[in-house]
Write a protein that binds this ligand. Structure first.
Ligand code: SF4
Length: 365
């Protein structure tokens, strides 16, 4: 299930209309959801379902699969039926795959207005089919494949160009009284992307899917996405997110979840508060923090564990956390819920913290 949202999120959310992506509500105050995209050939049903299962286990709430060929389109019905999370078909060029995805029971379809040729004539039929099946449409504008007309008008993929492309496409659907839409306006530059989403947020009430496109390898992509999503979500903008990394998709999900947790848009899970260490440290803080993190990996409860190097800030932070250690003189004072429960030799700090964490996790159940 979707984790509860904690009491004090970063900002009030922008008012947006709500759509349903299968069982997952997007917009209208629903919790911000985390998405990812498979990297398998969609036509390889077994491999795709296997990857979707891994993504589901890592906390992914909505998954997108590419649909570039007829074989991929043919695989959609089985994948949509067997996946435990809603499946969105990602379609760039051919309207016929949009119809196929809707017929196949996909939870939504993503279309790229810059790429779908002759798309405009077919909006009416797409809107009708989507309405009949209750299938929402994501209008996914991408800087790299912006409509040629807008590229000529603006010279490059500016925030204005991205927004105009998205709203123009939305207006074509609106003409057919179809508003079951969410929008994304992705760019690889967080500054352009932030500006585009801000403008879009002002000009419509559709739920927004945040993404920095081609964000890069894990380290760079994580930073770009955290900065861009952090800026927008702090203004209440964004209803669902996808972190794009040149890394296994489960990594994207982990990063996405952590971004939402950091902004109190999602109940925090396990959180290690460790000091950066300094000349006062009396233990190897890095090693201690790493061993505690590894020892508690997979513990799925909200728990704040403080690992502090000395007695200056140590006791204060350790007291504030659910569990903590303040080290000094070759010993560690172990705190549980603000009280020192025991003092152990340095060699036993990690195992004691893990033991106490397990007890707290047991109580939390
Ligand atoms: Fe330095 Fe102690 Fe602060 Fe860690 S807790 S950074 S060791 S002063």
């Amino acid at each position: 299930g979707v984790p509860e949202v904690p009491a004090r999120p970063v900002a009030p959310r922008r008012a947006s209309r709500r759509i349903q992506v299968g069982p997952v509500a997007v917009g209208g105050g629903a919790p911000v959801s985390v998405q990812s995209m498979t990297t398998t050939r969609t036509s390889d049903i077994g491999a795709t379902l296997q990857q979707i299962a891994e993504l589901t286990a890592s906390g992914c709430q909505i998954v997108r699969v590419a649909c570039p060929t007829q074989d991929d389109a043919d695989a959609l019905a089985t994948i949509a039926r067997k996946s435990r999370i809603p499946v969105i078909a990602d379609i760039h060029f051919q309207p016929k795959y949009v119809f196929a995805a809707i017929e196949a029971g996909c939870a939504a379809v993503r279309v790229n207005p810059g790429n779908i040729k002759k798309f405009d004539d077919q909006v009416k039929e797409i809107a009708r089919a989507a309405k009949d099946h209750g299938t929402p449409v994501r209008i996914g504008v991408n800087a790299g494949s912006l409509d040629r007309r807008l590229l000529q008008k603006y010279g490059r993929a500016t925030p204005e160009a991205l927004v105009e492309s998205a709203l123009w496409e939305a207006s074509l659907f609106e003409e057919h009284d179809f508003r079951d839409i969410k929008i994304s306006v992705k760019h690889n530059d967080p500054v352009v992307m932030i500006e585009a989403y801000r403008r879009l947020a002002e000009q419509c009430d559709y739920p927004l899917h945040l993404g920095v496109t081609e964000a890069g390898p894990a380290f760079q992509g994580t930073i770009k996405s955290a900065v861009a999503f952090g800026a927008l979500l702090s203004e209440g903008i964004g209803d669902t997110i996808r972190v794009s990394l040149s890394a296994p998709p489960a990594e994207e999900v982990k990063v996405g979840i952590r971004i939402l947790e950091s902004l109190n848009l999602r109940q925090r899970g396990l959180e290690i508060v460790s000091c950066p260490s300094c000349g006062r440290a009396q233990v190897d803080v890095y090693k201690l923090a790493e061993e505690v993190t590894a020892g508690l990996d997979g513990l799925d409860v909200p728990l704040r564990v403080a690992v502090m190097g000395c007695v200056v800030n140590g006791p204060g932070e350790a007291r504030e956390a659910d569990l903590g250690v303040a080290s000094g003189n070759g010993k560690g004072q172990i705190f549980v819920k603000g009280e020192v429960v025991k003092t152990v030799p340095e060699s036993r700090i990690v195992e004691t913290l893990i033991e106490e964490a397990m007890k707290l996790a047991e109580q939390a159940k």
